[in-house]
Design a protein around this ligand. Structure first.
Ligand SMILES: [Zn+2]
Length: 323
């Protein structure tokens, strides 16, 4: 490590876009069916289709908002399939699976998915939609008991299943994955950050390194292991940056920074990483604003940095903004 190395940690500038959540998740209300019924006439319902799309419209200020429906359109009480997302300003928000219906004026072209539009939604919309996609995705995947195979019943306003045969209860599952920005600990425009690409990504896409946490593994150990496996370097100073749900289908991305030594040769893991290279802060700054930025890596060509909806982009933006 160079003598002038002086930056061991930094922070995100803003929360990742899908981590903005303004609604009270209201666990007590999930268990209180009498109050759910009482709140139903004023409640709003977010309809999400099987492809994960929901209706939206552009608001006056340029931010997009969800188009929710009055709960009473869906019957006199919440169905067992509905999932309670939370409460805000005395209004309960629910999510159900559904599809565009031309009968009541829905325009299927105004239905959008979370990956495409999550970053354009206001904070309330982003939080509600992220939670809806996550909980409805879990519901769709888990109709049978993992213990005995019997069909399960929904409980807790969509947030639990119960097996009437063996009594097993299950709750929405999340798979933790670490994502780590590896830098050299340096300061100024010549400080360096590690970018890599996976062979399955579109041509030109580069990002920071990521991987799923294994059973019995700590997050910090996972960061060290993934980086060593993927590019063959040992990192230090593993620091937490922030997290974001990534319900495609059920990940939680947990962001870290770590310090590595650019003088150690990179050994990209065959089949997992097709190319990895260090770039300077000045180069990254250019890449973040210039759409025709040419890759400093071996492959050359135009570079695509991660989209603004990803925590990877929040991490790169924060590191690029450092002095
Ligand atoms: Zn069972």
């Amino acid at each position: 490590m160079s003598e002038k190395a002086g930056l061991r940690s930094f922070e995100l500038i803003d929360p990742p876009v899908l981590s903005r959540f303004t609604v009270d998740r209201s666990e007590p209300l999930r268990l209180d069916s009498a109050r759910q019924l009482e709140c139903w006439p004023k409640a709003r319902v977010l309809v999400v289709d099987e492809r994960g799309r929901t209706p939206m419209r552009e608001g006056a200020g340029g931010e997009w908002e969800l188009v929710t429906r009055p709960a009473t359109d869906f019957g006199p009480a919440p169905s067992p399939e509905a999932a309670l997302l939370g409460e805000q300003d005395g209004v309960a928000y629910w999510a159900v699976r559904g599809r565009p219906s031309l009968i009541d004026g829905d325009d299927p072209s105004q239905w959008y998915d979370l990956r495409t539009m999550g970053g354009k939604l206001d904070a309330t919309g982003a939080g509600l939609f992220t939670t809806a996609v996550a909980v409805l995705g879990w519901q769709a995947a888990g109709g049978f008991c993992a213990n005995c195979g019997h069909a399960t019943e929904r409980r807790n306003a969509g947030w639990a299943t119960h097996c009437p045969n063996c009594g097993r209860e299950e709750y929405p599952r999340t798979d933790p994955a670490v994502i780590c920005l590896v830098h050299d600990g340096g300061t100024g425009g010549s400080a360096q950050v590690l970018l890599a690409r996976q062979p399955v990504w579109p041509p030109g896409r580069y990002s920071v390194l990521a991987g799923f946490v294994e059973a019995g593994e700590s997050l910090e150990a996972c960061v060290m292991r993934e980086i060593e496996e993927e590019v063959g370097i040992v990192v230090s100073d593993v620091r937490y940056l922030g997290s974001q749900a990534w319900p495609f289908p059920r990940s939680l991305m947990i962001g870290f920074s770590a310090v590595g030594d650019p003088s150690v040769p990179l050994r990209p893991a065959e089949g997992e990483i097709s190319e990895a290279f260090w770039i300077t802060r000045d180069e990254l700054r250019q890449g973040l604003v210039d759409e025709d930025w040419e890759s400093p890596g071996d492959a050359g060509g135009r570079v695509l940095l991660p989209p603004s909806i990803s925590i990877a982009r929040s991490m790169l933006d924060a590191w690029a903004a450092l002095d």
